[in-house]
Design a protein around this ligand. Structure first.
Ligand code: GLU
Length: 296
């Protein structure tokens, strides 16, 4: 490599400065302070680390994934994934702020910068990718149907075709959209499809007999079944694939890469498995293999 004299002198000066900084007396500033880590300046990782704070959007009403407890904090697999990402950013658990992100608001919360990441049983799909980006997947769920335990009339999504059964799901969710094709009148679901803003409302409607079924991802429903004292069961088989991703602001490739690196790290070091066993694994013993991340 050829270097001009000026460039060579500049390089030598830069080297001298670096050496001075490394051997410096007070160690400088940026590298001190609890949890501080070396991230490239200007990245989301550097900004969050510097702020020592992160806002995570998650669910508050889904046992096993994100359920707000009596201590007012959410707990579940998604919450554990969020804590791990925060930890890798050098942010302690008590500096995480959780906001509730029901299905329909997840994209807008990221677009408006109200959350730094959304970890909320969030299926990766192309429509959503028009507005935000996803790291992951870190889990693959599938749409399923939950009914009252004494009901044997619903055996799968085709049971809705006759038009006499009501099913509940959530606004802005993939299962709420997907179930329409199985209804008597897909173009105008009318009263056959009840859409609330959260799944607990569907569970209440099933308990009260206002609807005959609830449909969403199997793992979400398993949590409700486990907490139902035998009142609910799953029926039929799962009939979609729902790869869960971690939502970030659109275009933030460096942050997405960082989260994907983190996922690969925790698949290998046991933290992923532990997070599952401590949370959703209480309802579903099959410890998932961390799915290959998609660095699209
Ligand atoms: N995974 C599906 C979705 O992202 C259903 C679960 C949910 O509503 O969060 O829409």
């Amino acid at each position: 490599m050829r270097m001009t004299r000026v460039a060579a002198a500049a390089a030598a000066a830069a080297l001298a400065l670096t050496v001075a900084a490394c051997g410096g007396d007070d160690g400088g500033d940026a590298d001190t302070g609890a949890g501080s880590k070396d991230f490239e300046a200007g990245t989301t990782m550097a900004r969050l680390n510097e702020a020592q704070k992160i806002v995570i959007g998650t669910k508050f009403d889904q046992p096993g994934f994100g359920l707000k407890g009596l201590d007012n904090k959410p707990a579940g697999f998604d919450v554990e994934i969020g804590k791990i990402i925060a930890g890798e950013l050098g942010i302690p658990e008590d500096k995480i702020e959780y906001i509730e992100t029901p299905s329909a608001v997840r994209e807008e919360v990221l677009e408006q910068g109200k959350a730094d990441i959304v970890v909320a049983t969030y299926t990766i799909n192309d429509k959503r990718k028009e507005r935000i980006d996803f790291a992951g997947p870190y889990y693959v769920a599938g749409q399923h149907i939950m009914v009252r335990s004494d009901d044997s009339s619903i055996t799968g999504p085709d049971s809705f075709k006759a038009g006499d059964k009501k099913v509940c799901s959530v606004q802005g969710s993939t299962p709420g959209d997907n179930i329409k094709q199985y209804l008597a009148n897909p173009a105008s679901p009318g009263e056959q499809l009840v859409l609330f803003d959260g799944y607990q409302k569907c569970v209440d409607a099933l308990t009260n007999g206002q609807v005959d079924a609830v449909t969403t991802d199997n793992v979400i429903l398993l949590g409700y079944v486990a907490n139902s004292d035998g009142k609910f069961k799953l029926t039929g088989e799962k009939f979609t694939e729902e790869p869960y991703g971690i939502g970030v602001k659109k275009g933030d490739t460096a942050f997405r890469d960082f989260i994907n690196d983190t996922l690969e790290k925790i698949y290998a070091d046991g933290r992923y498995e532990k997070a599952w066993k401590d949370t959703a694994g209480k309802f579903d013993e099959n410890v998932p293999q961390g799915p290959a991340v998609n660095r699209y």
